[in-house]
Design a protein around this ligand. Structure first.
Ligand code: ADP
Ligand code: MG
Ligand code: ZN
Length: 628
C-alpha cells in the first residue's frame, strides 16, 4: 500500500539555512582580506636596517600600524631601487623619540574600527546556531513518523494507507482466525453502508479492540478491514503518542481525529493500545511519564465520545496483547465496547496459513503441509510465515530449486529453538551432562501420558540458551488437559534434572528453565484449574493474569495466611511427587538411559524410527504410574 505523508519534510527550509551559512562564510573570508588588499606589495627589510636608515637620516616618513611599519626613503639607495619599504615592528618604546630626533615625519594607524561584517556575524551567527540546534531536536523527536516540520511537535504522526487495487489487503490474506473475521465483516458493512444502519437508528460501534498474542495477525486484520471496505486507514502505535514533550500526546490524538474526520468514513488503528491505555489505578507508584499518558488517554476518551456522525463513521480499531491491564474507562459502552479475540490458530487454521505462504515460494512435489501444521501447535501466524521463509532460505542455501519437506522440518526446529549456533562448542564433560539430561527428558516423556510423543533428541547447541533439546510433538490437537496430563508434563520437565542426579549424583544450572516451567504448571493446577483435592475447586489466582504472555504469575486473590501456606504446600507436593516419579523411572531404566546417552554422544541427534525403537524398550515402574 502506498504510504502518503501529509506533511512536507523540513528539507527545503534546511537547504535555505545552509545557503545562508555558506554566504556568511564567504563574507567572513572577505572581511579578513579586505584591509590587506588595500596595501600593495612592498619589499620587506629587517628591523635593524630600518633603524640604521633612520640613524643615517635617510628616512623621510613612516607609517606605523600594529603589524607593519611602512616607510619612505628620501632618495633611492641605488638606481631603480624602491623608495618605499616595510618592516615588522618589534616592541620598541624608544622608536617615537628616535624618529623625532632624526626628523622623520611619522603617523600611527587609527585604532581598529569594528568591521561591518564582524558586527553582522556576531549578531547573526549565535541565533542561527540556536535555530539549528532546535531544529535538530525537533527532527529527532519526529523520527519514525518522519513527517515533522521544524518546531511542530504536535502533528499527529499517523501513517495513512489508502487502499488501491493491487496492494490492498483483504480477508483472503488472513487465515485461521475465522471468528474474528466474522465479527469484523460486520464492521466492514458499517463502513460500506452506514446509511442503512443510520436509517434504523442503530448505533454504529466506535471502537473495536483486537485482543490476542503477538503475531496472530491483529495488524493484518485491521488492514484487511480497511481493504475490504475500501476506506482510508490511519495507523499509529500507542507508544508514538507518548513522547518527550509533555502535552504532545494529547495534541497528537486531537490532530489524528481531526484528520480522520476529514477523510471519513475511515479507520483509525491504534497498535499497542496498552502503551497509553494502562489502568490508572494499576500504575500507581510508577514514577514519571504518568501524567503525560493520562492526558493522552483522557484526550482519546474525549475524542471517542465526541464524534458521532452516523453517516460518516470513523471506527477506531485497537490492538493489545494485555487486555487485562487496560483502563476500565476504555472498555465502557461507546468506546471499545467490542472485543474480538484473535488467538493462535488451530490445526486447520495453521494449515490454511501455511498454504497462503507456501504459494509465495516454490514448493517441491509431494510436500505434506498437513504434517507441518501438525508439528507446529502453538505457532502464531507470524511464526508460520517466518517458518516458510526460513525453509525457502534453507533450500536456496542448499542449491535446491524448490522447498522440500526436509527444509520445512528443519525450519520448524529453527523457529522453535532458534538458529543453530555452530560456533558454540561444549566441553566434553558438559556435553555428557547435556546428553544424560536430554535423554532423561525423553525417557520420562515417553512413559508419561499427555498426547505427545518424543520425536527427537539433540545435543547440538541452538540459539542463545538451549544447549540441547528434546522435541515432543503432539499426536493430536488438544484443548483440554487432564490432571494426569499436567502431572505427566511436570514429571517430564523434571526428567532432565533427575537424570543428572541419577547419573552424576549432583545437579547443574542447566535445569533452571525446566524447573521454572514445572513450577508454573503446578501453580496453575492449584491456583487456576482447581485440581487440588485439599484446596478444592477454587480459583485462587485472579482471572486473566498475563494469559497471553504465558506467564502464570497471576496476582492471587486475597486469601488467608493459612490458605496461602496450603497453596504453597500443594504446589510443592505436586512438584516433589513428580520429581520422585521421574527418579524412579530413571532408576528403573538406568541401562536404557546409559545406552541412549552413549549413542547420542556419538551422533548428537537421534530421531525418527531409531528413537522410537530405543524408547520402546523402556518400562514404567509400578510406583511411578499415574492413575488415569
Ligand atoms: P500482530 O499485529 O497480531 O502482532 P501482525 O498482524 O503484525 O501480528 O502479523 C505479522 C505478520 O504475520 C503479518 O504481516 C502476516 O504476514 C503474518 N500473519 C500473522 N497472522 C496471520 C494470519 N492469521 N494469517 C496470515 N498471515 C498472518
Ligand atoms: Mg501488530
Ligand atoms: Zn531440560
Amino acid at each position: 500500500m502506498p504510504i502518503r505523508q501529509d506533511d512536507n519534510r523540513p528539507t527545503r527550509r534546511f537547504g535555505l539555512i545552509n545557503l545562508l551559512l555558506i554566504g556568511l562564510g564567504v563574507l567572513l573570508l572577505f572581511s579578513n582580506f579586505l584591509p590587506n588588499n588595500s596595501m600593495q606589495q612592498v619589499p620587506r627589510v629587517p628591523y635593524s636596517l630600518f633603524i640604521d636608515q633612520v640613524n643615517d637620516d635617510t628616512v623621510s616618513r613612516a607609517y606605523i600600524t600594529q603589524d607593519q611599519i611602512r616607510y619612505e626613503l628620501k632618495e633611492p639607495p641605488a638606481e631603480g631601487a624602491p623608495t618605499v619599504l616595510a618592516t615588522t615592528p618589534i616592541f620598541d618604546m624608544d622608536l617615537p623619540q628616535r624618529l623625532e630626533q632624526h626628523g622623520v615625519e611619522f603617523a600611527a594607524a587609527p585604532p581598529q574600527k569594528p568591521n561591518f561584517f564582524t558586527t553582522l556575524l556576531s549578531w547573526v551567527v549565535p541565533p542561527l546556531i540556536f535555530i539549528l540546534v532546535l531544529q535538530f531536536f525537533a527532527r529527532r523527536s519526529g523520527m519514525g513518523g518522519g513527517a515533522q516540520g521544524a518546531l511542530s511537535f504536535t502533528k499527529s504522526k499517523a501513517r495513512v494507507y489508502v487502499p488501491d487495487e493491487e496492494s490492498r489487503v483483504t480477508f483472503a490474506d488472513v487465515a485461521g482466525v475465522d471468528e474474528a473475521k466474522t465479527e469484523l465483516t460486520e464492521i466492514v458493512d458499517f463502513l460500506k453502508k452506514p446509511e442503512r444502519y443510520a436509517a434504523i437508528g442503530a448505533r454504529i460501534p466506535k471502537g473495536v479492540l483486537l485482543v490476542g498474542p503477538p503475531g496472530t495477525g491483529k495488524t493484518l486484520l485491521s488492514k484487511a478491514v480497511a481493504g475490504e471496505a475500501g476506506v482510508p486507514f490511519f495507523i499509529i502505535s500507542g507508544s508514538e503518542f507518548v513522547e518527550l514533550f509533555v502535552g504532545a500526546g494529547a495534541a497528537r490524538v486531537r490532530d489524528l481525529f481531526e484528520e480522520a474526520k476529514k477523510k471519513a468514513p475511515c479507520i483509525i488503528f491504534i497498535d499497542e493500545l496498552d502503551a497509553i491505555g494502562k489502568s490508572r489505578s494499576g500504575s500507581m507508584g510508577v514514577v514519571g511519564g504518568n501524567d503525560e499518558r493520562e492526558q493522552t488517554l483522557n484526550q482519546l476518551l474525549t475524542e471517542m465520545d465526541g464524534f458521532s456522525a452516523q453517516d460518516k463513521p470513523v471506527i477506531v480499531l485497537a490492538a493489545t496483547n494485555q487486555p487485562e491491564t487496560l483502563d476500565a474507562a476504555l472498555l465502557r459502552p461507546g468506546r471499545f465496547d467490542r472485543q474480538v479475540l484473535v488467538d493462535r490458530p488451530d490445526l486447520s487454521g495453521r494449515r490454511t496459513i501455511l498454504e497462503i505462504y507456501a504459494k509465495k515460494v516454490k514448493l517441491a512435489e509431494g510436500v505434506d503441509l498437513d504434517r507441518i501444521a501438525q508439528a507446529t501447535a502453538g505457532f502464531a501466524g507470524a511464526d508460520l510465515a517466518n517458518l516458510v521463509n526460513e525453509a525457502a532460505l534453507l533450500a536456496a542455501r542448499g542449491y535446491r530449486t524448490a522447498v522440500e519437506q526436509g527444509d520445512l522440518n528443519e525450519a520448524i526446529e529453527r523457529v522453535v529453538a532458534g538458529l543453530e549456533k555452530k560456533s558454540r562448542v561444549l566441553q566434553p564433560d558438559e556435553k555428557k551432562v547435556v546428553a544424560y539430561h536430554e535423554v532423561g527428558h525423553a525417557i520420562v516423556g515417553h512413559l508419561m501420558p499427555g498426547g505427545s510423543k518424543v520425536a527427537k533428541i539433540s545435543i547440538v547447541p541452538r540459539g542463545m540458551s538451549a544447549l540441547g533439546y528434546t522435541l515432543q510433538l503432539p499426536t493430536e490437537e488438544r484443548f483440554l488437559n487432564s490432571k494426569e496430563d499436567l502431572e505427566g508434563q511436570i514429571t517430564t520437565l523434571l526428567g532432565g534434572r533427575s537424570a543428572e542426579e541419577v547419573v552424576f549424583g549432583e545437579v547443574t544450572t542447566g535445569a533452571a528453565n525446566d524447573l521454572q516451567r514445572a513450577t508454573d504448571i503446578a501453580e496453575q493446577m492449584v491456583g487456576t484449574f482447581g485440581m487440588s483435592e485439599t484446596l478444592g475447586p477454587l480459583a485462587y489466582d485472579k482471572q486473566g493474569g498475563s494469559r497471553f504472555l504465558g506467564g502464570p504469575s497471576n496476582p492471587r486473590r486475597v486469601v488467608s495466611d493459612s490458605t496461602a501456606q496450603a497453596i504453597d504446600k500443594e504446589v510443592r507436593g505436586l512438584v516433589d511427587r513428580a520429581h520422585d516419579r521421574a527418579l524412579s523411572i530413571l532408576h528403573h531404566n538406568r541401562e536404557l538411559l546409559e545406552t541412549i546417552s552413549q549413542k547420542i554422544l556419538d551422533k548428537e541427534v537421534i530421531e525418527g524410527d531409531e528413537l522410537k525403537q530405543l524408547l520402546a524398550s523402556s518400562t514404567l515402574p509400578q510406583e511411578a504410574a499415574l492413575v488415569a
